[in-house]
Design a protein around this ligand. Sequence first.
Ligand code: NIG
Ligand code: FE
Length: 414
Amino acid sequence: MKQHVDLLLMNIGQLLTMESIGPKEGKDMQELVMLEDAVVGITNGKVVLIGERESEEGIQAAEVIDCQGKLVSPGLVDPHTHVVFGGSREHEMALKQQGVPYLEILKQGGGILSTVEHTRQATEDHLYEKAYFHLDRMLSHGVTTAEIKSGYGLDVETELKQLKVAKRLQQNHPIDLVSTFLGAHAIPHEYKDDPQAFLDEMVGMLDLIKIEELAEFVDIFTETGVFTVEQSRDYLTRAQEKGFGLKIHADEIDPLGGTELAADLGASSADHLVGASDEGIKKLAESKTIAVLLPGTTFYLGKETFARARKMIDEGVRVALATDFNPGSCPTENIQLIMTFAALKLNMSPEEIWNAMTVNAAYAIGRGEQAGQVVVGRQADLVIWDAPNYQYLPYHYGVNHVNTVIKNGQIVSR
Ligand code: NIG
Ligand code: FE
């Protein structure tokens, strides 16, 4: 008797299954779980078999894809994005070229605050269509699960508008989306002289966000000229008490101590970490907090110094990678480009990079049991790459290597 499947991927050169119980810590990130010459069977949107070439004989498939020796991996997971926003910021390029720092642009009312103006003016439908377009691009680059933040409203009405857009996208877009409330992304003009009152207003939204299931995580930008470590501690503690998972934009530009704070609070992730101190890295290694590194942002901010990924991995930190896609500090949906930055600027090996963009990225957003691995019984989220092996992607940069994206067993991009 032959086993019936809906879809059979045959003739896979390398199949990165990434099988792992829990996130990969430190040096364990050097292990890559993979099979050569493999086949994968999919039925009802789930992986039902993973085998060697020989097992093909006993399988009858409604549809077959001959992978012709290509690389196949889990759908990539992008655990830090700001996809819902109005407008764009190409006019800031000239300021950057004149050497005006990112935080100075923000101080002058530009940067995040300029995107806030556009987002406040935009209709919900416009934001939805625009974000859908960006998500399609992410999908076409191999992302099948992603996090999506609010944070360009900075008032109750617009933050809710963004979160509602995120929820509609969750329901309608093929990418699985995990929503984060980033109301504490900057200090709006109205509260310039009283940031605490602004944070209190954002805390006031949390009950509604919980009831309406508009976000799972709460995030804050802990940075010079934005929110202090003390304000962040108080804000995040209040969010934690209400049952939210925590994330922090920590030590992105100035080393304030957001990394230590994330470890202290048991945050799900600490993101950026360019200025993380030795003590912060040590604390992260002792915690369960995942370090989400965003080298595309450091590159785009024109910085020389990148996050100390090598030290983090050597000390046992769980490292993930993300795009940070947003209109200011990292306007790209191309997560494959981030692989190259991770290789050249963070000195991560291809094995570490793949773990960081699959297993660890999924755990960073609470989806470790659903996404980031090709395992029998899980949702069939897979990418067939026009690449002969896994080392090829960080190496050949700036173009899209996707051949086919499969989400829940359906071909969604090719
Ligand atoms: O992760 N640093 C704060 N937030 C984003 C940038 C947002 C923006 O510039 O619009 C970041 O870099
Ligand atoms: Fe960000």
